[in-house]
Design a protein around this ligand. Sequence first.
Ligand SMILES: [Zn+2]
Ligand SMILES: [Zn+2]
Length: 367
Amino acid sequence: MVTVQSVDRRGMHARHEFFYRPTGVKKVFGNRNVITTDMGLVSEPDEQGHVATSVSVLEALAHCAQDPEHRAVLIQGPILPDAYVVPKEEWEKPSEPLRRYLKYAPDVYLRAPRSLHEAVSQHTSPLKLRRERFVTLDPAETYGALTWRGIRTRTKRRMHLTDVLEGTKLFVFSELASPDSHHHIKVDPCIDVKAAARQGGIYVVEVPSRSRPLAYPFRLESVPLANAGDQRYAIWTDLREEKHDCEENRYNFGYRYTAGEVVFCAHSVAAYLAVAKLERSRGFISTPVPLVSRFFVENIYNLLRSRTLVEEETTVDGKTRKIKRPLNKGEMELLLWKAVSFYGHDKTCYARPQQDGKIQDYTWQLR
Ligand SMILES: [Zn+2]
Ligand SMILES: [Zn+2]
């Protein structure tokens, strides 16, 4: 871990501003009209008579999105299914309940190719596999991660949508900073051209922390590059981060995940996007990190993050009380997948520059 020596006050202020999240009832609700909803399912036939199953939360968000300055959402909890709720006395850390969901909720498994031959003959790009898989998602199911297995290493890769969104936001923050600023992600290609054609590119990156004046140095490996030809349809499956030590990762490896499982945190998502930008001119293939749409960010993610509270019962000193609090990571993950299941892959996980503009130009902050 590298401590950034010279943190200018303005720079620190910019970081706090950018990642600020309102959490209290006063800040989230203010004088806004609060739309109360719950996790119930809504089935309504459209004009053609097709029955679409939605979650009432999604309807409330759609309503809120029309006017986020004057509307907010209150979800009557619980959001997580009972099976993932950990009794308070069993918590090892306050983050316990969301961890259990993130680890054990059904994952959205991509049928990545099992051999180089299969990859090359079927042109298994991550985009193609995601599209095929996402049309089969069940809006009534609760999902916790996108996963696939590497061809060479066979270890499972796990990526949470919350980290995809947080990581994309971190990348945007880096893009908005001046290139010589410590807020800018640094990318150092260590490409051995011959090896890269078979094993993908290797990059040493340095990604700023969102909450502290730190930068995390680590390596991204098995990055599929254009010069790999058809091998790139296999290389992406083994994408991994090496020597990355952040709090999230320490916790993942120490407690939650089976040894060897690769879990992409927000830092590795941000680093991947920075590498993708650097290599774009050389022709980059579709990325294992979904490129989020403007709709997904502005109409779903921002609202869940800054305009939504959950109300739940809690016992304090033997008395049952209702409290309102912001969504935790597990709840956020569940609801992001609900949106993806309902709206589909292309509306959420596929950015179209002509329609969406640059991701730097999305609205990333709601005060
Ligand atoms: Zn700073
Ligand atoms: Zn990290």
